[in-house]
Write a protein that binds this ligand. Structure first.
Ligand code: PEP
Ligand code: MN
Length: 354
């Protein structure tokens, strides 16, 4: 159910409708739009009795949302969601969604301070706004490198300060989510955790952007329902990421399903990124698929970059070299205007080391 407020509705009227919904035993989700505020209602099993709601001051209409995902749906919010990162002492403002492309780059895993700093310096110089790096790694084998944990988080906090890069890192479980949230600017929920409902709900109780990667065999609806889990808890800063699905194709690690980008944009207001690194698993395919992702309308990219990929402790074969990353940035900068986007490249002066 969705309550559409009149364009001229006052904040007090919006508040009164929210309180009324709470009194009915449901949860209101006020979602301000450019023209008017819509208030999503969740917590109801069936239809909410709409009669009284329609009579409250400031209410334009009450609509039934037929899709299983409500808050993630364009029915509830017509305008694209832009997840904003206001300027800080060390970083210029940034956004995921909207006219500017968002580029997240860095190694699969943080392996040492020197490795992380070397890569961060390169990706910052090429104009990335976000630095990715795994601290807690979801590995197929329990014997494979599992990540440096809190030490990696501390290294990334230093990188944020020195290079003005926002930090994107994965929360693997509910036990470490709060710790990751302390350090991260964006909390990544990995493909294998896309349906870890307790993790999604707990991330929904935070007020930090959450990047959800599509599960290896998730349908579009399942993907949006994962976003809905986070949003239903009141966290509306959700970013989707297509990272390749498992198909019969054996020329690549995964099949980067770019056709989901326009399909998601039709149905949802949430930003959608593409990950051509996990999406292909092959260094030589990353640049072509990065170009394709921008051409088809993705809001940005998350890419694995390593200065010595042959020595990487995880995902070396799909990590591109820093000069390839620089080339990728130049190429997508040229594609961007064709799809009415631009690539902001802040010139950053590294902060002095403490
Ligand atoms: C990663 O980003 O390094 C990662 C493990 O991603 P995914 O969950 O998409 O496999
Ligand atoms: Mn990886």
């Amino acid at each position: 159910m969705l309550v559409v407020m009149k364009a001229q509705a006052t904040p007090q009227q919006i508040q009164a409708v929210c309180e009324y919904i709470e009194k009915l035993g449901f949860r209101p989700h006020p979602l301000p739009g450019a023209q008017r505020t819509a208030i999503g209602i969740t917590g109801n099993q069936g239809a909410v009795e709409r009669g009284n709601l329609e009579e409250l001051p400031g209410v334009a209409e009450v609509i039934r949302v037929s899709k299983p995902y409500k808050l993630a749906s364009r029915d509830v919010k017509e305008e694209d969601t832009i997840v904003r990162f206001p300027a800080t002492d060390t970083a210029p403002d940034a956004a995921i969604g909207g006219p500017n492309l968002a580029i997240i780059a860095g190694p699969c895993s943080i392996e040492s301070r020197d490795q992380a700093f070397a890569i961060a310096e390169h990706v910052a110089a090429s104009g990335a706004q976000f630095f990715r790096g795994g601290a807690f790694k979801p590995r197929t084998s329990p014997y494979a490198f599992q990540g440096m944990g809190i030490e990696a988080l501390r290294i990334m906090a230093e990188i944020r300060h020195r290079f003005g890069l926002r930090i994107v890192t994965e929360a693997l479980d509910t036990e470490t989510l709060a710790l990751v949230a302390e350090f991260a600017d964006v909390i990544q929920i990995g493909a294998r955790n896309m349906q870890n409902f307790s993790l999604l709900k707990q991330a929904g109780r935070l007020r930090k952007p959450v990047l959800i990667k599509r599960g290896l065999s998730a349908t579009l609806e399942e993907f949006l329902m994962a976003a809905e889990y986070v949003m239903s808890e009141g966290n509306y800063q959700v970013i989707l990421c297509e990272r390749g699905i498992r198909t019969f194709s054996d020329h690549a690690r995964n099949t980067l399903d770019l056709s989901i980008v326009p399909a998601l944009q039709r149905l949802s207001h949430l930003p959608i990124l593409a990950d051509p690194s996990h999406g292909t698993g092959r260094r030589d395919s990353v640049l072509p698929m990065a170009r394709a992702a921008i051409a088809c309308g993705a809001d940005g990219l998350i890419v694995e970059v390593h200065h010595q990929p042959e020595l990487a402790l995880s995902d070396g074969p799909q990590s591109i070299y820093p000069d390839q990353f620089a080339q990728m940035m130049n190429e997508i900068e040229q594609i961007a205007p064709i799809v009415a986007r631009s690539l902001p490249r802040a010139v950053r002066v590294p902060a002095p080391t403490a």
